[in-house]
Design a protein around this ligand. Structure first.
Ligand SMILES: [Cu+2]
Length: 367
């Protein structure tokens, strides 16, 4: 047993999980159930809702496959030609011409129950329900829709957004969190679930049941919708100028590690022994990280011990969207700023277990 005492901060919706390296062992790391939500009550809470419901999205029974069927085209922004060229070059140099291993799942759940097996969420007409949604996956992107309803996104990764906005679908990369209010104004019995039919049929959903409604839970597919972080930001605010800019280019090396894809940041795969790559920062300075993704995969980028401010996403400038995980689209760029305000070794990594275990990590240290 180990007992740890700490002051929880910042307030908001957080994610706790094992950080063990799983590598090729699907019984370790975040492939297991060693994950959960943690809510740190803010000091002030206007409470503009009637009740709160926490939802943890999690897959079980993982297995290896070659190639996957994950949604790719839902993020705003277009792929960049030079990054595609760079990716093509890496593919040509790859040791294996087949795609590296990916992980798929048999079972899908919300709050530990497959769709139709747990208690429904029972609501009354006119109720405002604040959902706190956590994607606790080891590597999947998740979506969530509730037919006939909109989600008013009020916080991302536990941090209130400058511009709360109504959206028909939520999209969450691994480890991302969304807090959104749904006004229950469309009586019936509904499936709130993932847009991927296979995943929803194998459990990724939960029933919403209005008082007095009868019948089978209904699902209808929402219209295509692009997820754009900048719609929740301040359109006119310009972020403070950074003291320093660090560029990181992400490259995939197909099957380079016994059939597993290897990931490099600026040409280096992270090594636990060498503790490289390592970036030095100075306390109090503002750093801009510019990520260039030369792979077709979406990466949920995560920085430990700091929150960051999105600056540019898919070519669009923004400000005020504070996060600790953000999805970087295939062959796209993203920029965010963080202030070095928490001295100590700080890990940066892709939150996909399969990526961080095979090179996609870096360390920041304070000078
Ligand atoms: Cu990744």
């Amino acid at each position: 047993m180990r007992r740890i005492a700490f002051v929880p901060r910042p307030a908001g919706f957080r994610f706790y999980h094992t950080h063990v390296v799983a590598g090729a062992d699907l019984n370790r790391g975040t492939y297991t159930g060693q994950v959960g939500p943690l809510y740190i009550e803010p000091k002030d809470n206007p409470g503009a809702y009637d009740r709160e419901v926490f939802l943890v999205l999690k897959e079980f029974e993982p297995s290896f496959s070659r190639g996957g069927d994950m949604a790719m085209d839902f993020l705003a922004g277009e792929p960049l030609k030079d990054l595609q060229e760079m990716g093509k070059k890496a593919d040509n140099e790859a040791q294996e011409k087949t795609k590296g291993y990916e992980v798929g799942y048999e079972l899908f759940s919300i709050n530990g129950k497959m769709l139709g097996h747990g208690e429904p969420i029972r609501v009354k007409q006119g109720e405002r329900v604040l959902f706190h949604v956590l994607n606790a996956s080891a590597g999947e992107t998740r979506s969530l829709a509730l037919p006939g309803h909109l989600f008013r996104v009020v916080a991302l990764d536990g941090n209130p957004v400058p511009a709360p906005t109504d959206v028909p679908v939520l999209w969450l990369g691994t480890a991302e969190r969304i807090s959104a209010v749904v006004e229950m104004n469309h009586p019936g019995i509904w499936v709130m679930g993932d847009l991927a039919d296979d995943d929803r049929k194998r459990g990724m959903g939960i029933v919403i049941e209005y008082a007095g409604a009868k019948g089978k839970p209904q699902w209808t597919k929402p219209k295509p919708f692009r997820w754009d972080y900048t719609q929740f930001g301040s359109p006119n605010a310009s972020p403070a100028k950074p003291d320093e800019t660090i560029e990181m280019t992400i490259v995939k090396h197909n099957g380079a590690l016994n059939g597993f894809n290897q990931w490099t940041l600026n040409g280096e795969a992270f090594s636990m022994q060498a503790m490289k790559p390592m970036y030095k920062v100075r306390e109090g300075r503002r750093y801009r990280l510019q990520f260039r993704n030369a792979s077709d995969d979406i990466h949920p980028l995560h920085l430990h011990r700091h929150s960051f401010d999105l600056v540019r996403v898919g070519g669009k400038p923004t400000a005020g969207v504070i996060k600790d995980v953000v999805m970087l689209g295939g062959f796209q760029e993203i920029e965010f700023d963080f202030v070095a305000d928490n001295p100590g070794l700080t890990l940066f990594h892709c939150h996909q277990q399969l990526h961080m275990d095979f090179g996609f990590m870096a360390l920041f240290d304070y000078a």
